[in-house]
Ligand binder design. Structure first.
Ligand code: DGT
Ligand code: CA
Ligand code: CA
Ligand code: ZN
Length: 571
């Protein structure tokens, strides 16, 4: 999608907000908002449309709007926008996204109380001055407060493990709802995105109102935001956090279309609608239509099929080439959630984990694994009780003893060795040479020649895997100062494995880099970085990232069975 499309949509949204704030007539406000929405959903390049004089033929774009678009594309500025924004702090307009806070109230709070941002707004609520404004009062302020709580929720993206836990809970509760025919998570959760904005659940049933009523009575619901015939929205409380969960109810014969629509992504849907149009079809959440006649909608498969496409796995639906691939029948045969045969990054009580080697071994056997690598930290990782050479050798002796008792699984003697700030590894080569597998990682000096250090580690013949190559922590830390393109190039050259760390706050490499690695011919390993037995379950999120990165079974080393792996690692 052309960036100018996005820019212009944003500008018109802002003009609409600003005019609303200033008390401009409603029809003017709506005209700008409509134009913004039309441009946002446009599948053609707006610069192209402008050049060819076709802008005016688009419904929702009149003479005035077209002129403004032309002005912006030619000069990079728009007088109307500048005029509308004059005298309004940018942060203030953002507050219009708060439910129950209208533009009139916001304007009043700005003029009378000097409110310029969210912090100001909260302050005038707390000190009671907002309630004293003209036509306000306690009840209205109470509603605004609720709106603020929701707004703050919406600003924060939910880690995928937590969103999954809640969705699983909702789905298993709703499965017992009277009259329910089908149910699935949709939205970004179904696409296995690394973080989730809000949780969307789709239900097929006839009696929507009853399902919604049942939904609002779910344990943990502390607030009902909306309860209608076709949708419901609640706030759920778990431990000390709250989340919004939305459900939608559709007829069984629209379930496939609705699932397709609400799974998204939006970009994927826009591209799919364009394709439908080219084929003389109309695509919506209710079905695929040829004129008035509904020609598909019961299942996702039939929706894709009628558009001439193979069914596309949700993880691929980001408009990154999947539609073309589905057309040509060249979609990847994605790695499956059951394909994993082992895990190459596991910590134990010997460093900073909380389970013993034996406990991890038993849990791995229960998962059906054929091998695991015990990778406690190395000595310089003081914060993590890193192992000295002596302790490492003692750990390997312990593994030898356990191996005799647990014959159904291969316990690999390994280490997660620190790549020191000097560029050296934290254990001497003669120790690393005795390990079955060596995982190397940066845990310090994040701004200190990280690219060179990673490349140097890659060159070490004993190193097999580079763990969490970017070092980012979701919602917490940007990652190392590192040129990943160079690191990948080096890994390709030396045929080293890169990790997809499945820990929910890492997911590193991410989907984009995993795809890049695959394209370069680099092999990957999906590891949980487990520090206890429960963490082994993070594997599914790592596989989700791998699937989003178009990875197939053959791209991922730990899909090999033990015999194959043994050959691969020359053990
Ligand atoms: P999130 O919640 O921010 O992690 O991301 P999503 O993808 O779950 O987005 P959400 O919850 O806003 O909407 C769920 C799906 O509904 C989205 O993936 C695609 C569909 N959808 C929502 N709004 C639009 C829209 O304006 N146009 C189209 N074509 N689809 C939309
Ligand atoms: Ca969502
Ligand atoms: Ca949603
Ligand atoms: Zn690590």
């Amino acid at each position: 999608m052309n960036n100018k499309n996005k820019e212009l949509a944003q500008i018109f949204y802002k003009i609409a907000d600003a005019l609303e704030f200033k008390g401009e007539q409603v029809f003017r406000v709506l005209a700008y908002r409509k134009a913004a929405r039309v441009i946002e959903e446009l599948t053609d390049d707006i610069e192209e449309l402008n050049r060819s004089g076709k802008l005016r033929t688009i419904p929702g774009i009149g003479e005035g709007i077209a002129k403004k678009i032309d002005e912006y594309l030619k000069t990079g500025r728009m007088k109307k926008y500048e005029e509308a924004m004059r005298g309004i702090p940018e942060e203030l307009l953002e507050l219009l996204n708060i439910q129950n806070l209208g533009p009139k109230t916001l304007a009043l709070a700005h003029k009378e109380l000097g409110v310029k941002n969210l912090a100001d707004l909260k302050r005038v609520i707390e000190n009671g001055s907002l309630a004293k404004l003209f036509r306000m009062g306690e009840k209205k302020v109470e509603n605004i407060k609720k709106g603020i709580a929701l707004y703050e929720q919406a600003q924060r993206r939910i880690p995928i493990d937590i969103a999954t836990k809640i969705a699983d809970m909702v789905v298993s509760y709703l499965k017992n709802a009277p009259g329910l025919k089908n149910i699935s998570p949709s939205g970004s959760l179904r696409r296995m995105k690394e973080t989730i904005g809000d949780i969307d659940i789709l239900v097929a049933a006839k009696n929507g109102a009853k399902i919604v009523e049942y939904f609002t009575k779910m344990p943990g619901v502390i607030q009902v935001l909306a309860a209608g015939d076709t949708k419901g929205s609640v706030i759920v409380k778990t431990e000390d956090e709250t989340f919004q969960v939305d459900i939608r109810i559709v007829d069984e014969d629209s379930y496939g279309s609705a699932l397709q629509y609400f799974t998204g992504s939006k970009d994927h849907n826009v591209a799919l609608r364009t394709l439908a149009k080219e084929k003389g079809l109309k695509l919506s959440e209710y079905g695929v239509y040829k004129g008035e006649k509904k020609v598909a909608g019961r299942s996702e498969e039939e929706v894709y099929q009628i558009l001439g496409l193979k069914w596309i796995p949700p993880e691929l639906r980001e408009n990154r080439g999947e539609i073309e691939a589905a057309q040509k029948d060249t979609l990847p045969n994605l790695i499956d959630y059951n394909d994993i045969k082992g895990d190459f990054q596991i910590h134990t009580v010997n460093s900073d984990g909380s389970a013993t080697i034996e406990e991890m071994v038993k849990a791995a056997i229960e998962r059906g694994y054929e091998y695991i690598a015990i990778t406690d930290h190395s000595k310089s990782a003081n914060y993590a009780n890193g192992l000295t050479v002596d302790r490492l050798l003692a750990e390997w002796d312990e593994i030898d003893r356990l191996q005799k008792r647990y014959k159904s699984i291969k316990i690999l003697k390994a280490t997660e060795v620190d790549i020191l700030t000097s560029g050296k590894l934290d254990f001497p080569d003669k120790i690393l040479a005795q390990a079955d597998i060596v995982v190397a990682a940066v845990h310090q000096g994040f701004k200190h020649h990280v690219t060179e250090r990673l490349c140097y580690a890659i060159e070490n013949p004993h190193v097999d895997i580079i763990a969490h190559p970017s070092g980012r922590l979701i919602n917490k830390r940007e990652g190392y100062e590192v040129d990943l393109e160079k690191v990948l190039e080096h890994a390709r050259k030396y045929q080293k494995i890169l990790e997809i760390n499945a820990y929910p706050n890492r997911l590193d490499l991410n989907d984009i880099w995993a795809k890049r690695a695959k394209e370069m011919g680099i092999k990957l390993a999906i590891n949980t970085d487990a520090h206890n037995v429960a963490d082994l379950a993070w594997m599914r999120f790592g596989i989700g990232i791998a699937r989003r990165g178009w990875l197939e079974k053959a791209d991922v080393i730990n899909t090999k069975n033990w015999a194959e792996l043994r050959k691969y690692l020359k053990l």
